[in-house]
Design a protein around this ligand. Structure first.
Ligand SMILES: *[C@@H]1O[C@H](CO)[C@@H](O)[C@H](O)[C@H]1NC(C)=O
Ligand SMILES: *[C@@H]1O[C@H](CO)[C@@H](O)[C@H](O)[C@H]1NC(C)=O
Ligand SMILES: *[C@@H]1O[C@H](CO)[C@@H](O)[C@H](O)[C@H]1NC(C)=O
Ligand SMILES: *[C@@H]1O[C@H](CO)[C@@H](O)[C@H](O)[C@H]1NC(C)=O
Ligand SMILES: *[C@@H]1O[C@H](CO)[C@@H](O)[C@H](O)[C@H]1NC(C)=O
Length: 317
């Protein structure tokens, strides 16, 4: 909380209370008698020592230079000097966006993965004791939260949480009301840790069918968003007009992964459809996984040792 202003380049929005705190503060308290000086230089202007009469907006303390508030013409270089210790900052005061509750150039961007812990806490340690109330806005709409001292959001991230969150701290100083705005640009992304995709169910499936009937082979997998799932089967004699690949269906899992399924529909089953492999493959950057289906005439099914029945044939032994 008591850390100093160590960044040498600082951008700040006009109209807000602002301060610079040098990094030799504990020392400054010890040597009370040493002269401590703050200087400003800007443009052609050489170092000008700041004193309490420089500006009614500027307050000088042992450790801190305060602006109530900072204005565009405060842009420039600032120096703190004490004995042979010097610290320098370059301050750039930018215009406030008058049409928004925050200024785009002054946002802190954060990427949060969906379903992961997401937290926004409105805090301002330096002005803490002066802050009268704090409001939290999402996309410039005020959120109604119980705590109006340190409004907080703590939840598991959802895509709807994406947006600009602005903490606005209101404080009084010398009878005037000021505010300090800190805005977070939150982007919610998919879970970025890739899984090894897997096809669900056994590797080899015997499906009992009757000639002339239709069958639907359902292939489903747990995969990453960019992974693909497709069917492969022998098409030596040109494509079979009775075989149709249905549209892929996808549902997102609570972990941000996908359950995909793709059905291969074989109509008017003929002899040529029996005892050949219909393969379903899932492919990802991490590799592939394949499962196969074989159509077997119902009457022949009993002859297959250790067979696996799919669909509605579990009780047919
Ligand atoms: C914060 O203060 C600025 C002036 O510095 C004013 O334009 C803005 O409306 C204030 N914001 C709120 C939410 O009161
Ligand atoms: C907010 O973050 C997104 C994603 O990183 C970025 O594209 C966008 O430009 C950011 N907005 C601002 C105002 O910086
Ligand atoms: C905030 O300021 C108002 C008006 O000055 C005052 O009535 C109120 O008690 C203050 N609240 C806090 C928490 O300081
Ligand atoms: C395919 O199987 C998956 C997983 O069992 C299921 O969620 C999906 O609804 C099935 N699709 C069809 C068209 O039967
Ligand atoms: C189907 O998969 C099996 C086992 O992986 C493979 O031997 C066969 O060549 C594949 N057939 C087709 C048509 O892709």
């Amino acid at each position: 909380a008591e850390s100093c202003t160590s960044r040498p380049h600082i951008t700040v929005v006009e109209g807000e209370p602002f301060y610079l705190k040098h990094c030799s503060c504990s020392l400054a308290h010890e040597i009370e008698t040493t002269t401590k000086s703050w200087y400003k230089s800007s443009g052609s202007q050489e170092h000008v020592e700041l004193n309490p009469r420089s500006s009614s907006r500027i307050a000088l303390h042992d450790c801190v230079l305060e602006f109530w508030p900072v204005e565009l013409n405060d842009t420039g270089s600032y120096f703190f000097q004490m004995k042979n210790y010097t610290q320098k900052w370059k301050l750039n005061v930018i215009r406030r966006n008058k049409h928004s509750c925050f200024t785009e150039r002054q946002v802190t961007s954060k990427i949060v993965e969906v379903k992961k812990f997401f937290q926004i806490t409105c805090e301002n340690s330096y002005y803490q004791t002066l802050v009268n109330s704090t409001s939290l806005y999402k996309n410039c709409k005020k959120l109604l939260l119980e705590n109006n001292k340190n409004p907080t959001i703590k939840k598991n991230a959802e895509f709807e949480d994406q947006g600009y969150y602005s903490c606005v701290h209101f404080l009084h100083h010398n009878g005037k009301l000021f505010n300090i705005t800190k805005t977070f640009n939150i982007t919610i992304v998919e879970d970025r840790s890739n899984i090894v995709p897997v096809l669900l169910g056994p590797k080899l499936n015997h499906v009992a069918v009757e000639l002339g009937k239709n069958v639907r082979l359902n292939c489903s997998a747990l995969l990453n968003e960019e992974d693909v799932i497709y069917w492969m089967f022998g098409e030596e004699n040109g494509s079979d007009p009775n075989i149709h690949e249905e549209k892929e269906m996808r549902i997102m899992t609570p972990e941000g992964k996908w359950h995909a399924s793709k059905v291969l529909r074989i109509e008017n089953i003929g002899e040529s459809n029996l005892n050949v492999l219909y393969n379903c493959t899932v492919a990802s950057t991490g590799g592939t996984d394949t499962k196969s289906f074989i159509l077997v005439r119902k009457a022949d099914m009993a002859d297959i040792p250790g067979h696996v029945f799919t669909r509605h044939h579990h009780h047919h032994h």
